[in-house]
Design a protein around this ligand. Sequence first.
Ligand code: 13P
Length: 260
Amino acid sequence: MNRKYRNTIIAANLKMNMLPSNIKAYAEALKPAASAYGKRCGIVVCPSFVLVPQAVKAFRDSRVSVGAQNVSQFESGAYTGEVSAPQLADLGVRYVIIGHSERREMFGETDETVNQKVHAALAANLRPIVCVGETLAQREMGITSEVITLQVKSALAGVPATKVRRVVIAYEPVWAIGTGLAATDTEAAAVCREIRTLVRGLYGARIARAVSILYGGSMNEQNTRGLLAQPDIDGGLIGSASLSPETLSAIIEIASHDYV
Ligand code: 13P
C-alpha cells in the first residue's frame, strides 16, 4: 500500500452465496468495522444481482459501497437475462467486478468483452474492478507476464487518461482462488508491480501511482498484513473469507494500519 498516493480498498466478492433474506444481518455485523475503519480503507461488498437492492438499502448511511459481480456490455435493449450498467448505477451501485476468472473460464468472457464492459461501467459512472490473473499452467510455462500484459492492456484499451483513475485492477492468480493456497507476498508483489509499470507505460507516472491494485486469491486474516505491506498491493478482493462478516471485519481492521 501507499496511502499517500492511492486508496486502500477491501472488496468482498460474495460470489453465488447468501440469500436475500440474510444480507441485512450481514450488513449489521459489518457496520461496526466499517464505521471504525472505513475512513482509512474503502470497503466494497459485491453480492449477486438479486441481493443488490437489499444490500444498497442495508448499507445506506454506512461507509460500505455496494458492487456487482458482472455487468452487461450493452446499455439497454433486447438482451434477455442481462443487467446493464445504468440499471446498477440507478440502484446506487458504485463498483462492478469485471472479468473474474470464473466468468472467463465458465461463461465465455473474453478480453474483448471485458474491455467492452469496462467502457460500459465507466460510461455509467461505475468503478470497474478488473480481474486479471494467470492459470497454474501459464505460470509453469513462464508466461505470467505475457498473460497479465495482454489482459491489462486489452481491458484498458480506449480508456482515456481522465477515466482510468476510476479503474481498480485486481490481480487474482487463478491457482490461488478458492484453493487456500495464496500467492506469497513476493509473488503477488512482483505481478502487482508489473501491472503498475504497465499502467505507467500507458498513462504515465502520475496516473500509475494513483491506481489502486488489489490482490485476490485465498486472502484471509493471516496473510493480509504481509500482502498489504507490499508497496504495490493496495488492498484485497476477498472471496471465501468475506462470507463471514467477522472475518471480513478483521481484515478491514488489518488494512486500516500502515505497513509501508
Ligand atoms: P477466494 O478468496 O475464495 O480464494 O476467492 C478469491 C476471489 O475469487 C475473489 O474474487
